[in-house]
Design a protein around this ligand. Structure first.
Ligand code: TXA
Ligand code: MG
Length: 339
């Protein structure tokens, strides 16, 4: 299949939005920009379209998708039994990187939620994509627009690298300003549960959900017998082909450790000194938001070289740092060295 490149800069945003909406209304699949990562969108009402999304990504069938809406008044089309807390969270964090797991409206396809009775929903902070949702009149199910297991796409170029000729179109917008996927919170459990950390932090959420608990899967590997509250958290994920090892250490110990390694690269902070092997800086270690913005780009960059192993200096777990740490332990398939 030929993938249409819908370029907002060259063809104008109105024409590109109209074309994207037309493809989606006809059951096609289109990659769209959001503030977190690019998503691969399809009508949440069309089982056939959702199947195409799973096929294009090579996504495991038991991993449900997030549904995207353009306005809070669209929430009723996606979810039922909406608790007051959901509306408070929406009021505070939407549009933005905050996904709520609620009881599913039966109009939403079972394939979207991988057979669960719940549905994940968010209102993205990207006006172009909200316009596509409005123009199509459809809530759009959209997982990250990458090949399943590979680092998420934070630019249109990443989407084209992974999915060219596998999807109907790419709506090329700006690079993603957040750089890691949304925070996912379940409101169908009591107490409410953080399933995936993101830019909306635990501290921010506890102002509205004081009893919020952090799911074990956020910081550790699930044992085989454990059932995943969020199925996406059980897979090796976000992994480049280059082997990744996460190193928790201060600057001096990090440098001493990586300097003993051959055919390797250090992915480090701008303030790290004494590193004698090749290095890639992913930001200032005290600026977790920049680390988040750069991390998927850097993971992808690793595969353009012939490194055997990348040793990544672990970020702090403060604020959005928790989200970066959560993605990196999975990119490293839980190979974490503590010095
Ligand atoms: O920022 C984002 O959330 C991006 C952009 C495109 O919006 N989307 C994204 O989708 O990251 P995806 O499919 O890569 O991740 C969805 C996550 C998975 O971990 C999945 O298991 C979880 O949300 N999820 C979806 N529906 C769920 C449900 N009903 N219950 C629990 N977890 C759910
Ligand atoms: Mg994903």
């Amino acid at each position: 299949m030929k993938t249409e490149i819908l370029d907002i800069k060259n063809s104008g945003s109105e024409k590109a939005i109209e074309r994207a909406a037309c493809i989606l209304k006809n059951g096609g699949i289109v990659a769209v920009p959001t503030e977190t990562v690019y998503g691969l969108a399809a009508s949440a009402f069309s089982d056939e379209a959702i199947k195409k999304v799973f096929a294009a990504k090579g996504r495991p069938q038991d991993n449900p998708l997030i549904v995207h809406i353009s306005d809070v008044k669209m929430l009723d089309k996606v979810a039922v039994n909406i608790p007051k807390k959901a509306l408070e969270l929406a009021d505070e964090f939407w549009p933005g990187p905050c996904t709520l797991v609620l009881d599913k409206n039966e109009d939403i396809c079972d394939s979207v939620s991988a057979g669960l009775s719940t549905v994940a929903v968010r209102l993205p902070d990207n006006e172009i994509t909200r316009e596509v949702i409005r123009a199509s009149g459809l809530p759009l199910a959209a997982p990250s627009a990458n090949v399943s297991g590979y680092p998420s796409p934070v630019s249109a170029g990443h989407v084209i690298h992974d999915l060219n000729e596998k999807i109907d179109a790419v709506l090329c917008g700006e690079d993603c300003k957040v750089g890691v996927e949304s925070t996912v919170i379940s409101l169908v459990t009591n107490p409410p549960r953080l399933l995936r950390p993101g830019a909306v932090t635990v501290e921010q959420l506890r102002k509205i959900l004081p009893d919020l608990v952090v799911d074990d899967a956020v910081l550790s590997e699930l044992r085989d017998t454990e059932k995943a509250a969020s199925p996406g958290m059980k897979y090796k994920h976000y992994s480049p082909k280059t082997q990744v090892v996460l190193v928790e250490a201060d600057s001096r110990k990090f440098a001493e450790y990586v300097n003993t390694k051959e055919n390797s690269v250090a992915v480090c902070f701008s303030g790290d000194s004494g590193i004698e092997i090749e290095k890639i800086v992913y930001g200032n270690g005290f600026d977790e938001a920049t680390l988040a913005k750069n991390i998927f780009n850097v993971l992808r960059q690793l595969d353009t070289h012939n490194y055997e192993t990348a040793y990544i200096h672990a970020p702090s777990k403060k604020g959005i740092g928790l989200a970066v740490y959560n993605r990196l332990i999975r990119a490293a398939a839980f190979k974490v060295i503590k010095l």
